[in-house]
Design a protein around this ligand. Structure first.
Ligand code: CP
Ligand code: NVA
Length: 328
């Protein structure tokens, strides 16, 4: 495949052609196989990456760190209180300094414009580890996991996202639909993205045989290959917990909803972390206020068709592929 991503940032799936996404998936599968066989080639030996996290993380941070260590790179982690960024030093100046020290920068936080500014001024690849509107490294892992578990190519699949259809995960699924699959966003109309955002993503998806549909009718789930959900309250939206919980309670993923699919080979996916029981402080505190914030039942989360931990593992292999392809 004649794809060369050296020096490129990974800010949004919109910046990548289908062939480039396919190449990253191919590399991810290959690196996973090699890790299983204990074959590390230290493809990032002598390189270093800085991880900037203004929001919390388990998977994304650990995937970047382990992927870097596996391939021989060094890592610096900075959380929101550990640097001068944006408080005593502008984003532009921060980017210029980090670009002098590091071979790449990862950022997780708020506005998509922040990763774009970092990429414009650092002179090194910048990776989007989640913003308010996009989570592209997650979707790359999701596509890889679908390829492992579904007996058909991506462009023959149908993904039904249930819940906050206007959040960063749903928006990123819309950008991914140009890999040729059908994306059904099932949730309340109050949370739909602006019509022009849907129209733009739909036009792009349709060029490659993909489709995008927004609906509040649970029957739309029929025939889906993947049922996907995410927390109802994304990081930064905590003040809206009550309103979001009321709107989204009818869209909790239950066995009853799953049965509407009408096929036995559908899979359940979730980017995680998930509220599927009351084993977390947040879920318990919400319950004390009368709010049941579980977006999925424990029964579905733990069912044989739930592949959420395979999906979580693939964050490592896909993030490694992004770093190897752009920094290697
Ligand atoms: N899915 C995901 O991004 O998980 P973390 O928030 O733990 O990084
Ligand atoms: N929508 C969630 C995704 C977490 C991986 C959030 O932004 O908090």
């Amino acid at each position: 495949m004649s794809v060369n991503l050296k020096g490129r940032s990974f800010l949004s799936l919109r910046d990548f052609s289908n062939a480039e996404i396919r190449y990253l998936l191919y590399l991810s599968h290959d690196l996973k196989k090699k890790k299983r066989l204990g074959l590390s080639e230290k493809l990032l030996a002598g390189k270093s990456v800085v991880l900037l996290f203004e929001k919390t993380s388990t998977r994304t941070r650990c995937a970047f760190e382990v992927a870097a260590y596996d391939e021989g790179a060094q890592v610096t982690f900075l959380d929101k209180d550990s640097s001068q960024m944006s408080k005593k030093e502008s984003l532009e100046d921060t980017a210029k300094v980090l670009g002098r020290f590091y071979d790449a920068v990862e950022y997780r936080g708020y506005d998509q414009a922040i990763v774009e500014t970092l990429a414009s001024h650092s002179g090194v690849p910048v990776f989007n580890g989640l913003t308010d509107t996009e989570h592209p490294t997650q979707i790359l892992a999701d596509l890889m996991t679908m390829e492992e578990h579904l007996a058909k190519p991506l462009n023959k699949c149908s993904v039904c996202f249930v819940g906050d259809v206007g959040n960063n995960m749903s928006l990123t699924w819309m950008h991914a639909a140009r890999m040729g699959f059908t994306y059904i966003a099932l949730g309340p109309e109050e949370l739909y993205p602006r019509q022009e955002i849907i129209a733009e993503a739909r036009a792009q998806a349709e060029r490659f045989g993909g489709q995008i549909e927004f609906t509040n009718n649970p029957d739309a789930i029929r025939g889906a290959d993947v049922i996907y959900t995410d927390v109802w309250v994304s990081m930064g939206d905590e003040d809206e917990m009550e309103e979001l919980t009321k709107l989204l309670t009818p869209y909790r993923v239950t066995e009853e909803l799953f049965k509407k699919i009408g096929a036995d080979d559908a899979i359940f996916m979730h980017c995680l972390p998930s509220f599927h029981d009351f084993e977390t402080l947040t879920a318990r505190q919400a319950l004390e206020k009368g709010l049941d914030i579980r977006e999925v039942t424990d029964e579905v989360f733990r069912a044989p068709y739930s592949i959420v931990f395979d999906e979580a593992e693939n964050r490592l292999h896909t993030i490694k592929a992004i770093m190897v392809a752009t920094m290697g």
